[in-house]
Write a protein that binds this ligand. Sequence first.
Ligand code: PG9
Length: 618
Amino acid sequence: GRPAAAVDTPRATQIVAPAPDLTDQVPPGATIGDYVGEDLMVPMRDGVKLHVQVWRPKNGSDPLPVLMSRSPYGFSMAHVGSLLTASYKELAADGFIFVLQDIRGRLGSEGSFTNLRPRKAGASGVDESTDTYDSIDWLEKNVPANNGRAGVIGVSYGGWTAAMATIAPHPALKAVSSQASPNDMFIGDDFLHNGAFRLDYAWSWVTALETDGRTMKPFDFGGEKDAFAWYLRQQDLATLDRQHLGASMPSWQNFVNHPTYDSYWKAQRTTNNMGARVAIPNLIVAGWYDQEDFYGPMSIYEEQEKGDTKGLNYLVVGPWNHGGWRGSGAAYGPYEMGGATGAWYRKEVELPWFRYWLKGEGTLNQPEALVFQTGSNRWQRLDGWPLKRGTATRRLYFRAGGKLSFDAAPRGEAPADSFVSDPADPVPYRERGLIKPFMSEGSSWSTWLADDQAPFTRRNDVLFWQTDALAEDLTISGDIAAKLFASTTGSDADWVVKLVDIYPTDASVPTALRGRQRMIANDVFRGRFRTSYEKPRAITPNAILGYRIDLHSASHVFRKGHRIGVQVQSSWFPLIGRNPQTYVENIFRAKPKDYKRQIHAIYHTPVHASAITLAVVR
Ligand code: PG9
């Protein structure tokens, strides 16, 4: 597995591109465009030194603010080149002192790496917030011609370090932008969703970062390009690291040893670490098509909002995949966005944000929530998210014969649809030819949510309901949830729900989009956590039980002539590891014999009325 050189949509974090022997020292006197770089080691309170690259404009002597990005992925010269000339281009043209820091234990920094180190973990009392504090303190005193103000910006892991920077902040820290920051790895971000394990992502990420603490070696799948086939062959997940790498990976063993929502996960939850009172302005950025961390930024915004008495917590949600705003943002897969939304955001939103807070220049014309409405391709300036007025909660009911309707089922209609769910033949999350390990050569992981969802409806183990063609546009704005009434002949089951926008088949849409099913919302729920994430329980076989599945939110116009569709299935492989469908205490330790095919049913009667709840704009 040599890492891929590029993917079709640029991403901001460097987890696809680096060479295995990545080093991130700046050659003496190196320049990129108008910037000149320098390598420094910055002392922390416990004596550990962290490596930074400092990039400042070659000319000009005016004091400038420090803008830090902190990352575990390293800053190779190629990566810094793309930052200064592309993804930070607008900021670079305005002039900042960019400080790029390897976090503790990574690349050129000393100390040891802990994945998502919680606040004040360990005896030494250091964490990402104290490391940021100590770095800013040292930089303000030692970097010539700085103006005494600092900010932090980053995407994903880097976005998380920006969020953590707001904890007990240094007085010089004036603003951050935490972009696509995970919030809770058990509930909704990279590693698990509602207790269901994100197998390929977790394995690929952990092995790349933890095989050798200082570099990034994508896992060698031994020439196997078909991730579906590779993962299906793995019989003992608990020892996967020892089997393939001869050593245990700390994060992998944490997944194995913490199969419920215990203190390991709760201590990591970003909003459990951040202060309840918002003290540092934060521009929170999320993408509707973020294949990694969408729950994170949305829930961080929502929870921080409760303590935002000074009005410093802001939200931007655009039509982007993970980090897509650092690229052009003109399209996502085949879906055009009506303009370069990423470039627009950087110039009109992000640059004014940092100019205002770090340079005292310009005015802040930032709405509370800047939200891109998909389907109509327009930005909306809102006074909150989700909006509390202007929408009505409406239910789209599953009905007999594959119909989806705002009218609930009458008495006497066929009560349920059932299917066989076979762990030996799980539903692939993409068409088989596209399922490569996410970090591998030729992987199009970053656009998988743009895949046409129509082909999956041909499988017998994917249930599908659709509305009639819409007589008028239907606009949703806000939270989406599924209420499923379901049974299984087994004692555990996963429930996957996808909400899709079905394009017409006629000439009213471009050829490539005809009949296409566009993903609008989705998630998975692991049945054992039905009543509690802390105390999982077996499902009573054949009992009809209710499940509420959070499908997050959307701002979307289903156009006249389109249909709304819902798919329900019980596997999504290898995005999600398989559920044995027999209750075992720890799924990582399930034995091959525990994996059994079962019959699942979804009910749609007046009493057990499975439905999708939407916030429909009045
Ligand atoms: N989604 C990535 C990540 C963040 C935090 C922990 C683990 C993975 C990332 O792109 O950085």
